[in-house]
Design a protein around this ligand. Structure first.
Ligand code: CO
Length: 134
């Protein structure tokens, strides 16, 4: 069902500092920061030859990432995103297998403008998994 690794998301407190690390120190192509108020985050994309890194910084006091960073003050890997061809078929298959989808279960528009779903980490070996329809 899952295809390519679309991105690895890393939660950070200071997206400018994290961008500088990837751009200046690690020498990667880094996008300008983009605010996504509906997700409570600002994001930067680091383009690698085989995948992307998504740097995410809390936007607003009620950002879901703020709580995550309280537990991981230095920043940490937040989720993995895998591509799927049909997100509703993938959801169906996962729910039949007992994997819970977060939120109301309906796909939202993600940072790339494509439909996304998040799976409950308790059902996924402790990892938050995002599925993105491509
Ligand atoms: Co993501």
């Amino acid at each position: 069902m899952i295809g390519r690794l679309n991105h690895v998301a890393i939660a950070v407190r200071d997206i400018a500092a994290a961008s500088a690390l990837y751009r200046d120190t690690l020498g990667a192509k880094v996008s300008a920061p983009m605010a996504l108020p509906e997700h409570g985050v600002s994001v930067v994309f680091v383009e690698l030859p085989n995948t992307k890194i998504e740097l995410i910084e809390p936007l607003g006091p009620r950002s879901p990432i703020a709580k995550f960073l309280d537990k991981h003050p230095g920043g940490a890997i937040h989720h993995l995103c895998f591509e799927v061809a049909d997100i509703l078929a993938a959801r169906e298959q996962l729910q039949r297998a007992g994997t819970r989808v977060l939120g109301d279960g309906s796909p939202k528009t993600g940072a790339h403008g494509k439909p996304v779903l998040f799976l409950n980490p308790e059902d996924c070996s402790g990892t938050l998994i995002e599925l993105e329809q491509v």
